[in-house]
Design a protein around this ligand. Structure first.
Ligand code: G3I
Length: 298
């Protein structure tokens, strides 16, 4: 039978995926759905800084290796997430106040984590959620201590460690071209690319409320700055079929949109459990949105 992934790939896209990790894959129903329906996985938490380098220079890869091995053994593409984020950042990093020290900590973290999965990640979310709603870089320890040059430092380190991965900047609330965040990020990325920062793609997380309207125009604006864009963490409050159709059609309509990643399989495992935003309900039954996507892609 047709899977969401194979139907999407037949339309010229690279993958239809989901986030996962050892815990969710340990649920047999979740695993069966991912095995059958999804062509790509993103580690939901296991590649983040708190998981991979909980104390300085001491790396731990059991959760991230589990997910990477699952991908290899099951022929799933892997999007790797994320090398720099102000959340799930250990306090030993946020406590650093010296620019030289923080730069070397950042470079070592990226060399070690991206280096371990070199050749395995289709893409890396090198930096995550670094922009504010005003479309400007937001305060975080890296901006405050190193200055805005930290972005180039991070991308250069990722390029060196994982030369064949597509290097992404990933963020949320990029769903409307009228948002200051969407236009500000797009303009800043265009400048960085022109200045030689090795950014290949922009990830639009696409955590949406019910009633989607301008995703396609937003993807088109983002795509002007880079070689490719992707919907990286899709979930929609209520999971209305019409809302999901609009997002899938937006990616289909934008040539540079390479793929879509759902942020989970079943509502029972979602980070938004009360909003029922995913394609499978709490009993792992496919919802109307799932069925309608399959027929839209048929
Ligand atoms: O691992 C600890 C465990 O040791 C502890 O006992 C337990 C008790 O709370 O917490 C566990 O950590 C949780 C972690 O997920 C792993 O399960 C954290 O509390 C929890 O806050 C964390 O939530 C994750 C969240 O990122 C953190 O900001 C979600 O699962 C994950 O879906 C979410 O994903 C993010 C993307 O990375 C970036 N974009 C937004 C998206 C949604 O917030």
């Amino acid at each position: 039978s047709t899977s969401l992934n194979s139907a999407f790939v037949a339309k010229g896209k690279k993958y239809f995926g989901t986030c996962a990790d050892q815990g969710t894959l340990g649920n047999t129903q979740t695993k069966a759905i991912i095995d059958a329906d999804f062509g790509q996985v993103t580690p939901e938490n296991s590649m983040k800084w708190d998981a991979t380098e909980p104390s300085k220079g001491s790396f731990s890869f059991s959760g991230s290796d589990y997910l990477a091995d699952y991908a290899t053994e099951n022929g799933k593409m892997l999007r790797c997430h994320t090398l720099l984020w102000h959340n799930q950042l250990p306090s030993w990093v946020s406590a650093i106040t010296d620019a030289t020290e923080l730069t070397s900590v950042l470079e070592n973290h990226i060399a070690t984590v991206a280096g371990r999965y070199a050749g395995k990640c289709y893409a890396w979310d090198v930096v995550n959620e670094i922009f504010g709603e005003d479309g400007k870089l937001e305060s975080n320890v890296f901006l405050d201590v190193i200055g805005d040059g930290y972005v180039k430092i991070a991308f250069d380190a990722a390029k060196k460690a994982a030369p064949d991965a597509k290097l992404y900047i990933n963020d949320f609330n990029l769903d409307d071209p009228a948002y200051a965040k969407t236009s500000g990020l797009a303009a800043q990325v265009k400048e960085w690319v022109a200045a030689g920062v090795p950014i290949d793609g922009i990830g639009s997380q696409t955590h949406l409320g019910a009633g989607v309207t301008t995703t396609q125009a937003a993807l088109e604006l983002l795509a002007e700055s880079v070689d490719e864009v992707a919907i990286t963490e899709l979930d929609i409050a209520g999971a209305a079929a019409t809302d999901y159709e609009e997002v899938i059609n937006a990616c289909l309509a934008v040539d540079k949109c390479v793929g879509i990643t759902e942020w989970g399989v079943s509502d029972s495992q979602s980070w938004r459990p009360n909003e029922n935003p995913l394609l499978f309900d709490g009993s792992f039954e496919p919802k109307a949105a799932y069925t309608s996507l399959l027929s839209l892609l048929a």
